[in-house]
Design a protein around this ligand. Structure first.
Ligand SMILES: Nc1ncnc2c1ncn2[C@@H]1O[C@H](COP(=O)(O)OP(=O)(O)OP(=O)(O)O)[C@@H](O)[C@H]1O
Ligand SMILES: [Mg+2]
Length: 258
């Protein structure tokens, strides 16, 4: 069974999508079988990987609504050894379209059919704690929380942690337990004192729950999506590429050493 990791923080612009795309590519380079699910109506993961609407036969929305078999919604990106289930803006209508019975467990139920085909399944969540994120959390084994090294970084983390706790309580029935994969510090400007202060603040709070790898601010990471590529392919020798590879090794070590 593949390890399912939700990449979540309801705060916007903290690096969820950048982490999802580049960690997936870095795991793909390590020859892991990776599925990346775009669960954000903004569809940033989808466009960051150069997938445009005209290439789409179906999207995660069709999977939710049971209009397509999940394996038929997968796009194989053989160049980077990553499989993707894309999103479109229609995903914004999920709340009104999904029927009541398995609302929060819909993704969990659909993923059962293919999770054994993969080593890692990463889910890029939207900046909210609504139905989409709940679906990701109920489907996931763990949550990776990107936190931007900036003023007010901690803001809103309490709500995310509360939501995680609620999911954990509900899950006891199913004998599963959602874990925190780790907090990932992102977009650190190494030159500013303020940035390092956030690093220390987060490390004081989460202790060894913080990844050793800290993603620094890097132009290549910012530009790569406009070329439809992960930074590991766009600028393999850039600091960002090196850092995402180091993050991938940490994730593998944490999950496969036991
Ligand atoms: N290491 C980095 N260095 C420089 N810029 C970065 C880095 N990581 C992300 N960015 C930029 O920061 C912005 C926000 O990143 P990203 O889209 O990954 O955040 P997000 O949490 O997915 O946002 P949203 O909440 O809207 O989904 C983007 O413009 C991205 O290119
Ligand atoms: Mg995003």
């Amino acid at each position: 069974m593949g390890k399912i990791i939700a990449i979540s923080n309801q705060k916007g612009g903290v690096g969820k999508t950048t982490t999802s795309v580049n960690l997936s590519a870095a795991l793909g380079e390590l020859n892991k079988r990776v599925l990346l699910i775009d669960l954000d109506p903004q569809a940033s993961t989808t466009t960051s990987l150069g997938i445009n609407r005209s290439m789409l036969y179906s999207s995660i929305m069709d999977v939710f609504l049971n209009q397509v078999r999940i394996e038929d919604s997968v796009i194989h990106l053989s160049d980077i050894n990553v499989d993707v289930i894309p999103a479109t803006i229609e995903l914004a209508h999920l709340e009104v379209k999904l029927n009541q019975e398995d609302r929060e467990y819909a993704l969990h139920n659909r993923l059962k059919e293919i999770s054994k085909e993969y080593d890692y399944i990463l889910i890029d969540c939207p900046p909210s704690l609504g139905l989409l994120t709940l679906n990701a959390l109920y489907a996931a084994d763990s949550v990776l929380i990107p936190v931007q090294c900036q003023f007010l970084a901690i803001d809103g983390l309490t709500q995310l942690l509360n939501t995680i706790r609620i999911v954990q309580k509900q899950q006891k029935v199913n004998n599963r337990h959602l874990k925190i994969e780790g907090v990932l510090l992102t977009m650190l400007d190494r030159r500013t004192k303020a940035g390092w202060e956030i690093v220390h603040e987060i490390k004081d709070y989460f202790k060894d729950g913080v990844f050793d790898t800290i993603i620094t601010s890097n132009v290549a990471a910012q530009v790569a999506p406009t070329y439809g590529l992960p930074v590991t392919t766009f600028a393999p020798k850039s600091p960002a590429s090196r850092l995402y590879k180091s993050l991938a090794k940490e994730v593998v070590k944490n999950n496969e050493s036991r």
